[in-house]
Ligand binder design. Structure first.
Ligand SMILES: Nc1ncnc2c1ncn2[C@@H]1O[C@H](COP(=O)(O)OP(=O)(O)OP(=O)(O)O)[C@@H](O)[C@H]1O
Length: 229
């Protein structure tokens, strides 16, 4: 039987008391799932991913492998259920400097799989030459910084679930497919830590290519669909 990784019970996020962005969200993520999260702009998709990563206040419960996020320690939990923003906003310095900082965190160090060269290798597979790692973030194009940030998230090899917030929105069609194939194959590989993803996209074509399950947020709550609609 396929193992459940994440169980989400009655999640609600509020922008102010009595003003919910999302309520009564229930679903689970199992090994091998690439869960497409769809919904209109402003529906609450990013809000839900941030709640799953414990990056925003929420009510309700999250179980990761049968335990609460707190029981892992929140920084450690966040490396396993890892949110990848659409673009790294306003980061100082260069990607290589950023990589050195994040790989120095105790929560990452405690995991034996870490290899700081792996993100650079992943980036190369997506057309990111090594010299770009020494350029300031502010001097990278939108598509370059998006791929570098994703390469860091993937190359750390700490995540079991990636929470992907429009991960290819700044990429051309061909590069987007290269990244998609890499992520879907990694999710299926028995040697990989990565077991699943929750993936926001506005692209019906991308949803069909990568999705194994389809969730939609509408009117402040979530429902499962049989396909992208
Ligand atoms: N920190 C916050 N405080 C108050 N309101 C917020 C906050 N974050 C998000 N919102 C509001 O919550 C709603 C959902 O935002 P969210 O970013 O989750 O939407 P989304 O579905 O990801 O949209 P898009 O497709 O445009 O990225 C929006 O109305 C947004 O303005």
């Amino acid at each position: 039987m396929t193992e459940t990784i994440l169980e989400v019970h009655n999640i609600g996020v509020y922008q102010a008391p009595g003003q919910p962005i999302i309520t009564d969200v229930n679903f689970e993520v199992r090994e091998g799932d690439i869960v497409i999260l769809q919904g209109k702009s402003g529906a609450g998709k990013s809000t839900l991913l941030k709640a799953l990563a414990h990056l925003t206040l929420y009510e309700g419960e999250i179980d990761y492998r049968g335990k609460t996020p707190q029981s892992y320690g929140i920084p450690n939990y966040r490396t396993r259920v890892l949110y990848v923003p659409q673009r790294p906003s306003l980061l100082p310095g260069t990607p290589r400097e950023f990589l050195k900082v994040v790989t120095g965190f105790k929560s990452h160090k405690s995991q034996h799989t870490l290899d700081i060269h792996e993100p650079i290798r992943v980036g190369k597979a997506w057309g990111i030459e090594e010299e770009l790692w020494d350029r300031n973030w502010s001097n990278l194009s939108g598509g370059e910084s998006q791929r570098v940030a994703l390469a860091i998230a993937v190359g750390m090899r700490t995540a079991e679930i990636l929470l992907l917030d429009e991960p290819t929105s700044a990429l051309d069609a061909q590069t987007s497919i290269t990244v998609e194939n890499y992520l879907t194959q990694l999710t299926k590989s028995p040697d990989s830590n990565l077991k699943a993803a929750v993936w926001i996209t506005h692209s019906p074509d991308q949803s069909k290519r990568v999705g194994t399950r389809f969730l939609r947020i509408a009117d402040g709550t979530l429902r499962e669909e049989s396909s992208y609609v």
